[in-house]
Design a protein around this ligand. Structure first.
Ligand code: ADP
Length: 470
């Protein structure tokens, strides 16, 4: 089966979060399973782009409203990724450094999608399925169904995977002329609450819709940043498929980002070496449990509660644990976390920014990882952490609920709490401190977690079954 993934992110080329990890791994494992999976992505000026060889495979000429432009499709020439990767380059629009955050993002991602469909329409054959990811590619199912110039592609099945429904790519109707001419009677297929809503359009027009965990799919019918009724209405074609993790990248016995490798049998000693390195680098007391947070410092991740929860933990439990934070996001949260450094007593530190290699060292060296998420479609951090023997402390939501069982329950191995509140987080910290004192129990939990199977194989089978049903 030939599957074309369309995405704004793909690890290791360009990644801002879980979307990048998934699109960098799923196609690889689909290829392992005997399919032909390819990725088409927007071009950015990233290190990967500059350090790799590229071949031009197509040059096209198309329009974004009244603006006619030339675009180029380039292909990674050495196939290092385990799948064919194609980048869409539009001079001045897509050859920029950041992935998101420009004023003309609506134009950038609409032009990207037009180029992808335009290019595919020039092929002599049709792929078996076009699999689009998040709102950045959410207009493609509409274009294939309702834009006049792509009518010959309308029988290609489309699947939309929603990695995060908070971001929907809203744009005003004045931008409707950016799209290639379409059947005006189908305006409703673009609209949600009087705006063009690319994510809503994808949900309406894709043949099937998936999210990255079962629980998140259920939650979207009651909390989806305004799209709840749409998820309820379209529930017949929606399903949840849990993400896997790329065991080749995230393997403590071979991870190229860490020096001290370990596996299940020598996890305690191996982790301790990485913890020592972290404690020396960040001036922390190695005898205390190390609780880390890795992620975007935004409300979705509950990051705004971290400063108060850390202060309350010190106050109520005592300064018996270390906290180490890695992340970037809301400036207020960044400065609050940065500001707490002056009060540290060898038990707190924060790295504000994005740092892939530090994140790997933290998964390896930490004892616990805290994820007090308000929303967590799947969450990869907890799965990476468990593979590295680090106990997840998670709020009972979305993919966290689907992957972590509380150690107080039968067969459990993590710490779960119900509310995104300072009180619940503090209580989870207390449980972590208590668990850390019980060395035997912690060892047993580590062993169980490290042997859990979150590999992509199971998810690949579910995606393929879904494609086949189309
Ligand atoms: P989301 O996509 O919502 O941000 P996920 O849990 O699905 O959350 O994926 C987060 C990914 O991004 C993980 O691979 C995590 O390690 C990585 N990550 C997030 N913030 C940072 C950071 N500041 N530095 C390094 N890696 C980070």
């Amino acid at each position: 089966m030939e599957i074309i993934h369309v995405s704004a992110e793909c690890y290791p080329v360009a990644k801002a979060g879980g979307l990048g990890d998934v699109v960098g791994a799923l196609p690889k494992y689909q290829n392992h399973a005997g399919h032909i999976a390819k990725v088409v992505m927007t071009m950015y000026k990233t290190k990967f782009l500059l350090n790799h060889e590229w071949a031009v495979v197509h040059k096209g000429y198309t329009n974004l409203g009244h603006w006619w432009f030339t675009y180029t499709i380039i292909k990674e020439a050495t196939n290092v990724l385990g799948f064919d990767l194609y980048l869409v380059d539009i001079n001045g629009l897509l050859d920029r450094e950041k992935i998101y955050g420009y004023e003309d993002d609506a134009e950038r991602f609409t032009a990207f999608q037009i180029c992808v469909v335009d290019w595919i329409s020039a092929w002599e054959h049709h792929p078996d399925v076009i699999h689009v990811h998040d709102y950045h590619a959410g207009l493609i199912p509409f274009m294939l169904k309702h834009c006049f110039r792509y009518q010959h592609l309308k029988n290609i099945p489309t699947v939309l995977t929603i990695h995060n429904a908070q971001y929907q790519g809203w744009m005003g109707w004045e931008k409707s002329n950016l799209l290639p001419a379409y059947d005006e009677w189908k305006r409703g297929m673009l609209d949600w609450k009087n705006n063009i809503n690319p994510l809503a359009s994808g949900i309406k027009c894709a043949w099937k819709v998936t999210t990255v965990s079962h629980s998140y799919m259920d939650e979207l019918r009651v909390a989806a940043n305004g799209l709840e009724a749409l998820f309820e209405y379209e529930k017949g074609k929606c399903s949840g498929i849990l993400n896997g993790i790329d065991n080749a990248v995230w393997d403590p016995s071979t991870d190229t980002y860490i020096e001290n490798h370990f596996s299940v049998d020598d996890a305690d000693a191996g982790k301790l070496k990485s913890k020592k390195l972290l404690c020396e680098t960040f001036d922390l007391d190695i005898t205390k449990p190390l609780i880390v947070f890795i992620g975007r410092l935004v409300g979705e991740k509950g990051a705004d509660l971290l400063p108060q929860a850390i202060a309350d933990s010190y106050f109520h439990i005592g300064r018996t644990m270390n906290f180490l934070i890695l992340g970037s996001g809301f400036p207020e949260v960044e400065s609050a976390l940065e500001g707490m450094k002056v009060l540290a007593q060898k038990d707190y530190n924060a790295y504000i920014g994005y740092n892939e290699s530090l994140s790997h060292l933290m998964y390896a060296g930490a004892d616990f990882i805290l994820m007090p998420s308000r929303v967590e479609p799947c969450g990869l951090n907890q799965m990476y952490a468990m593979r590295y023997g680090t106990v997840p402390m998670v709020r009972n939501t979305g993919g966290l609920r689907d992957t972590v069982i509380d150690y107080g329950d039968e067969g459990g191995y993590g710490i779960r709490f119900n509310y995104v509140s300072v009180g619940d987080i503090t209580q989870a910290v207390w449980r972590a401190v208590e668990l850390y004192k019980d060395e035997e129990k912690l060892k047993e939990i580590r062993k169980t977690m490290m042997q859990l199977d979150f590999s992509w194989e199971a998810s690949v089978k579910q995606y393929v079954a879904l494609y086949e049903s189309l």
